[in-house]
Design a protein around this ligand. Structure first.
Ligand code: G3H
Ligand code: 13P
Ligand code: ZN
Length: 311
């Protein structure tokens, strides 16, 4: 089995009412933790690499780690560029063996977003690579913004048909209230995704795969554990998992999760080192950290995404 694109995965996910997990990878233990969980559960997988991850770990190292995971697991795995910010970065990942790229020109005016996305799609499709684009910017719910300013960052359903027709992109990330990082919603507030926008978008794009970024749930026991063992994270809450499950049953075929893996890994390392202050072999604290990532991904696959058994 070689790396695959997301085409077939998304078709099956759309029709089956589930979503594929897209997990960010930065090093070997993260790749192993994610792929071991997926293997145990026979789940299809998207491993995604940000510009920062590529700068941290180097394109070739990440490529080879993911190729090793494909060989070890035999699973359908897509290797995806997360938040590509230029044609050149997308081209470099396409030329370097990625099977999927995201061009994120969502902060640009619509016409400019269309133009750069179309350019990336033309290049990618020639090479058999698929492209995710984004319309709308993820809400900064923590900011003191009034309702109309907040509303303006949600995806406008009336733009999506024109955007997809003109760019020919393969999937579309939309903004319905999720946001990146561990500090999504103020403690005490009640997060509510805009399912009306998702419904409207999917009616305008029948059969078309939708992507949700910023979908970590920020489990409170992990935040508490980090703080118990010397951390100092302010109050933070994420996207309720029942709302992600609902999105996965609708047109959402790809759900991006990074922060929850960071929390799991960091909580584990802090706990281990606090309990073993004399240990200094990285294998000793990275082993439970890798297992913590595996547990987190297994939970997401079975309880949130519903893609277990779908490889
Ligand atoms: O959405 C961004 C991902 O969580 C990747 O974050 O750019 O710090 O690697 P990063
Ligand atoms: P989280 O920060 O919610 O994990 O989102 C990750 C993401 O969207 C990567 O593109
Ligand atoms: Zn993202």
């Amino acid at each position: 089995m070689a790396l695959v694109t997301t085409k077939e995965m998304f078709e099956k996910a759309y029709n089956g009412g589930y979503a594929i997990g897209a997990f960010n990878v930065n090093n070997m233990e993260i790749v192993q933790g994610i792929t071991e969980a997926a293997k145990d559960l026979n789940a299809p997988l998207i491993l995604q690499v940000s510009k920062g991850a590529r700068a941290y770990a180097n394109h070739t190292y990440l490529m080879k780690l993911v190729e090793a995971a494909v060989e070890e697991t035999g699973l359908p795995i897509a290797l995806h560029l997360d938040h590509g910010d230029s044609f050149e970065l997308c081209k470099s990942c396409i030329d370097g063996g990625f099977t999927s790229v995201m061009i994120d020109a969502s902060s640009k005016p619509l016409e400019e977003n269309i133009e750069i996305t179309r350019k990336v799609v033309e290049y990618a499709h020639e090479k058999g690579v698929v492209v995710e684009a984004e319309l709308g910017t993820l809400a900064g719910i923590e900011d003191e913004v009034n309702v109309s300013a907040e509303d303006s960052s949600y995806t406008r359903p009336e733009d999506v048909q024109e955007f997809v027709e003109k760019t020919n992109c393969d999937s579309l990330a939309i903004a319905i209230g999720t946001s990146h990082g561990a500090y999504k919603f103020k403690p005490g507030t009640k997060p509510q995704l805009r399912f009306d926008i998702l419904e409207d978008v999917s009616q305008r794009l029948p059969g078309f795969p939708i992507v949700l970024h910023g979908s970590s749930s920020v489990p409170q026991d992990f935040v508490a554990k980090i703080n118990k063992f010397g951390g100092n994270m302010p109050g933070a809450i994420g996207v309720p998992e029942d709302q992600l499950r609902k999105a996965a049953s609708m047109a959402v075929c790809k759900i991006n999760i990074d922060s929850d893996l960071r929390l799991a890994m960091t909580a584990s390392i802090r706990e281990y080192l606090a309990e073993h202050p004399d240990h200094f072999d990285p294998r000793q604290y990275l082993k439970p950290a890798r297992a913590a990532i595996k547990d987190m991904v297994a939970h997401k696959i079975t309880d949130v995404l519903g893609c277990d058994g779908k490889a």
